[in-house]
Design a protein around this ligand. Structure first.
Ligand SMILES: NC(=O)c1ccc[n+]([C@@H]2O[C@H](COP(=O)([O-])OP(=O)(O)OC[C@H]3O[C@@H](n4cnc5c(N)ncnc54)[C@H](OP(=O)(O)O)[C@@H]3O)[C@@H](O)[C@H]2O)c1
Length: 434
């Protein structure tokens, strides 16, 4: 066998512990796949005394990440500390010191991808990041390598397991959002602070990375329209169900001519759609290519060992030399112009589900239809439900499904509808994926 590849780990939390375990416990298997031993040499953490799910020799562990980066016996630095500020500094230091980098840090790449990749190219090093999107699901390799003969035309993903777990519990057990979140936290699917998971931020980071690979566009994180699931009401899941749909938090990007439309939002999906059937904490991504047609990738999108599986696959690719060749040919986050630009969120066309709580009296529906018609939005169906048990007086839910229209027109109509006296609560709307 050739020379060993020395590995330095920054971070030994959930994912780092899994990577260390895999490197230490399956070293023979990994060496035979890589053609040379993958040797874990040093591990940097914040707290030397913390108990960890992996046993590491005391001399291997340090609180000094720079010492790991500068160790001459280390050729690859694996960044698994998370966050953006320190991670960015260490990744840039490692590349500058001539080390390849493996990272699972989607926030870092979504926000500083251009800088990180430029630094890597300058120093002729490689950044591998399979674990940054959908954990154990090999979606980066699928889109960047296996589908290389295609122009990707659309990507639709359930990219956050926590929110999918919550939505599944709400849809199947009729739980309210708060109860479903509490259960997710109890079972370890949601952090004590679940903000980034449930507000769509985590999925938007991943979508920014996928949009870069599939369409060559650098989308500033802040420019991605995103809405989370925190305001989702069980009533809307029930009404969607009656119409043959379920609601999923989808990260979507698709080609509309030379423009790429993209957003992260709760979206109505037909129950027969493959993604609608993805339950619990799983991730799934449907990718459509102009040659291959529809493809679907599904699996555990997070967790210690699934994510470690992706990180260590990157390490094997680096040891074999594949990752370096892919990195060079992909030219990610470079100034290369692919001809695609990001579509303005207001121009993105969609069908919409609109739910209103309205006074039950003549003329109300006509006023709403007039506001929609003024913005050239045509209606595909209207259902007036019985008054809700908990509603007082004559307030009834009205569900309107529209035909396709530009988002800007729809939102303009909504402003007029919300201003009407007969409307008892702000309108609730979701895009429909048809
Ligand atoms: N968790 C998942 O399932 C998952 C899935 C996909 C991707 N990711 C990504 O993987 C990365 C790591 O996530 P995680 O869940 O493993 O995080 P975590 O459990 O919080 O672990 C972070 C580790 O980094 C160490 N650390 C933090 N700041 C440090 C610093 N400045 N210097 C040295 N060590 C530092 C911590 O040390 P101490 O242990 O001493 O505190 C800890 O060991 C993140 O970018 C995350 O987005 C995670």
């Amino acid at each position: 066998m050739n020379d060993a590849m020395g590995i330095g780990l920054l971070g030994c939390g959930v994912v780092g512990s899994g990577v260390a375990r895999l490197l230490l416990e399956k070293s023979d298997r990994l060496a035979s796949r890589a053609g040379r031993p993958l040797v874990l040499r040093r591990v940097a953490v914040r707290d030397l005394h913390k108990e960890r799910p992996v046993e590491l020799p005391r001399s291997m562990v340090t609180i000094d990440p720079i010492a790991v980066i500068r160790d001459p016996d280390i050729q690859v630095v694996v960044e698994l500390i998370g966050g953006v500020t320190d991670a960015r500094q260490y990744v840039l230091e490692a590349l500058t010191a001539g080390k390849h980098v493996v990272t699972a840090n989607k926030a870092l790449l979504a926000q500083h991808g251009a800088e990180v990749f430029e630094c890597a190219r300058k120093h002729e090093r490689t950044v591998a990041f399979e674990a940054s999107v959908a954990g154990g699901v090999p979606i980066i390799a699928a889109v960047s390598q296996s589908l290389a003969a295609n122009q990707i035309t659309s990507i639709q993903g359930i990219l956050n397991g926590t929110s999918n777990f919550i939505l599944t519990a709400m849809a199947e057990q009729g739980q309210c959002y708060e109860d479903a979140l509490r259960e997710a936290q109890k079972l370890g699917y949601a952090e004590a602070d679940p903000t980034l998971d449930v507000d769509g931020g985590d999925a938007a980071h991943k979508l920014a990375i996928l949009a870069q690979i599939a369409f060559g566009i650098a989308v500033p994180f802040a420019a991605i329209t995103r809405r989370g699931i925190t305001d989702l009401h069980a009533m809307d899941l029930r009404f969607a169900d009656e119409l043959g749909y379920t609601i999923k938090l989808l990260a979507e990007a698709w080609l509309d001519g030379k423009q790429v439309a993209l957003h992260v939002e709760p979206v109505l999906l037909r129950k027969t759609d493959m993604l609608a059937q993805v339950r619990g904490a799983f991730n799934a991504i449907q990718v459509v290519g102009d040659v291959v047609g529809e493809t679907l990738y599904q699996g555990p999108g997070a967790g210690m060992m699934p994510t470690a599986s992706a990180v260590v696959a990157d390490l094997i690719d680096l040891a074999v030399g594949r990752a370096q060749r892919t990195f060079q040919s992909l030219k990610l986050w470079s100034a290369t112009n692919t001809g695609f630009t990001m579509q303005s969120p207001m121009e993105v066309r969609s069908r919409f589900y609109l739910r209103l709580l309205v006074e039950d009296r003549p003329g109300v529906l006509a006023d709403i239809c007039k506001a929609l018609a003024k913005e050239e939005i045509s209606i595909s169906s209207v259902i007036q439900h019985e008054a809700l048990d908990e509603q007082e007086g004559e307030v009834v839910p009205l569900v309107i499904m529209t035909h396709s229209a530009p988002t800007g027109n729809f939102l303009k109509a909504l402003r007029h509808i919300d201003a009407q006296k007969s409307i008892s609560a702000p309108a609730v709307y979701y895009a429909i994926a048809d």
